[in-house]
Design a protein around this ligand. Structure first.
Ligand SMILES: [Zn+2]
Length: 419
C-alpha cells in the first residue's frame, strides 16, 4: 500500500511539529529533580486536540508516564509500541551556556535547549508519528501504542520498567521503536550493560623504611589492575545473526564513524575502567588498605556471571583482595535479532537522502529499550546525531528531526500494512 497519504500528513504537520518541539524545549524537565508534569500536560493537550484517548500512570506524582493506544481499521495484526522519554540531563553550569538552556531558540537550522538531542526531538517525533498513523488508522492492521515516560535518566524504575512490570498487556507489544540519539548512520538493535565492582585490598601495612615487615595495598592494587585487563580479552558468545551482522566491514565502519574510531571493537568486548583508586595514609607508610571502583561494560554474549567468575579468579591471585558487586542483580546486555523485519524497514527508510546506507549496530550506552528486549520484545533505536548530547549549548538539527520523524513513520507504516 502506498505511503503517500502518510507523507502528505507529515509534510502538512511540519510547522506544528517544530512549534511543539520549541514549546517542549522551553519546559525544564532536568532530572534530577525530574519533574515532568508540565511536559506531560503539553503532550496530553496535543493528544486531546487530536481526539486520541490517553491515560497517565504516575507511580511518582512528579514523574508521570503516558499511554495512548488505538486499533487499526484494516483488521487484526501486530502490536507496535513507540517509546520516548520526557526527562533530560541537568544543565550543569548555567554560566557556561551561551543561551538560556530552556530557550527553544531556532538559529541556523538548529533548535536549542537542554535535552533537544536526548531526547525531546525524538519523543516529539514519535508523538507526531503516532498522531499521523492515528489519522490514517483505517488503513492499518493491528494496534499502535505510544508510551511517553519519565525517570529515564535516573534508571527507568518508575518509568519504562514500571509500565512493563505493571501494565505488560498494554505496553509490551510485538515490536518497539525508540528515537534515542543514534546518529543517522546507524540503527541500534542491542546495547551493552554495566557491571560495577568494588575491590578492597587489606594488608598488614607498616613503615616505609621497613618494607620487609609489611605489605603495600597500593602495590597489590597495581598488580590487580594489570590483571583485570584480562577481562577485556574475554570472547563473547554472540547469537549467529548478531555475529554475522557485526562482522561485516561496512557495519564496523559505520560504528567507528558514529561512535568514534575504535568503537567497533569496544562494541564487542568488555571495557574495564578503573574509575577510582583510594589508598594510602601518608607518604611514609606502607598503605594497609586500597579500594578500587571498577566500571565494566559488557557486550552481547558475555553474561554478568562470567565476568564475576573471572574477577573472582583474578582477585584470588592477590593477597588481601576481596570484591563485591556494587549494584547486584543488574541487567544483562540485551539484543534483538538484527535480521528482524523491522530492522529491514528502518534501514530501507532511513537510507532516504543519505549518501551511504545506515548500518545495524549495538549501542555502547543504555536506553529504556533494554526493558523490552529483556522481556523478549524486539526493540530498535534510530535518532538524531548524539553530538552535543548532555553537553553545554545542546541543540538539534531540524533537518535531522524531520528525517527521524519520516523514517519512523514510514517504518511503522510498513510494519502495520505489509503483512
Ligand atoms: Zn535518552
Amino acid at each position: 500500500m502506498s505511503a503517500d497519504d502518510l507523507l502528505a500528513a507529515l509534510d502538512a504537520g511540519h510547522d506544528a511539529r517544530v512549534d511543539f518541539l520549541q514549546r517542549f524545549a522551553r519546559i525544564d524537565t532536568a532530572n534530577p529533580p525530574g519533574d515532568t508534569t508540565r511536559a506531560a500536560d503539553l503532550f496530553r493537550a496535543f493528544l486531546d486536540a487530536e481526539g486520541i484517548a490517553h491515560r497517565t500512570e504516575a507511580p511518582l506524582a512528579h514523574a508521570p508516564n503516558l499511554i495512548a493506544t488505538f486499533e487499526g481499521g484494516a483488521g487484526p495484526g501486530r502490536h507496535l509500541v513507540l517509546n520516548g522519554h520526557l526527562d533530560v540531563f541537568p544543565i550543569g553550569d548555567r554560566a557556561s551556556w551561551a543561551r538560556d538552556p530552556w530557550s527553544g531558540d531556532i538559529a541556523d537550522g538548529r533548535l536549542h535547549g537542554r535535552g533537544t538531542v536526548d531526547m525531546k526531538s525524538g519523543t516529539t517525533a514519535l508523538l507526531h508519528v503516532f498522531a499521523a498513523l492515528h489519522r490514517l488508522r483505517a488503513k492499518l492492521r493491528g494496534r499502535v501504542t505510544l508510551t511517553v515516560v519519565s525517570d529515564e535518566e535516573t534508571g527507568g524504575k518508575w518509568g519504562a520498567a514500571w509500565l512493563i512490570e505493571n501494565r505488560p498487556d498494554e505496553v509490551l507489544g510485538d515490536c518497539v521503536l525508540n528515537t534515542e540519539p543514534s546518529g543517522l548512520a546507524t540503527v541500534r538493535f542491542g546495547e551493552k550493560c554495566m557491571l560495577w565492582l568494588r575491590f578492597v585490598i587489606a594488608v598488614k601495612g607498616g613503615h616505609s623504611a621497613y618494607p620487609h615487615t609489611g605489605q603495600s595495598a597500593n602495590k597489590v592494587a597495581a598488580a590487580l589492575i594489570r590483571d583485570l585487563q584480562e577481562i577485556e580479552a574475554m570472547v563473547p558468545d554472540e547469537p549467529a545473526t548478531v555475529r554475522a551482522t557485526l562482522d561485516r566491514e561496512e557495519v564496523r565502519a559505520a560504528a567507528d564513524l558514529s561512535l568514534g574510531a575504535g568503537a567497533a571493537g569496544v562494541m564487542r568486548r568488555v571495557s574495564v575502567n578503573i574509575g577510582t583508586i583510594q589508598g594510602g595514609v601518608t607518604i611514609n607508610m606502607l598503605p594497609p588498605r586500597c579500594v578500587l571502583e571498577v566500571d565494566c561494560r559488557l557486550p552481547v554474549g558475555i553474561p554478568r556471571a562470567a565476568v564475576l567468575a573471572r574477577a573472582t579468579e583474578i582477585a584470588a591471585r592477590h593477597p588481601g583482595t576481596t570484591f563485591e558487586e556494587m549494584l547486584p542483580g543488574g541487567p544483562e546486555a540485551t539484543v534483538s535479532d538484527p535480521t528482524h523485519e523491522m530492522m529491514g524497514h528502518l534501514l530501507r527508510r532511513a537510507a532516504h537522502g543519505q549518501a551511504k546506507p545506515p548500518q545495524p549496530i549495538v549501542s555502547l550506552g543504555g536506553t529504556d529499550t533494554r526493558f523490552w528486549r529483556a522481556r523478549g520484545v524486539p526493540a530498535f533505536v534510530y535518532g538524531c546525531s548524539p553530538a552535543g548530547m548532555g553537553g553545554i549549548d545542546e541543540s538539534v538539527s531540524l533537518a535531522e528531526f524531520d528525517h527521524v520523524t519520516r523514517t519512523h513513520a514510514l517504518a511503522a507504516w510498513d510494519y502495520l500494512t505489509l503483512v
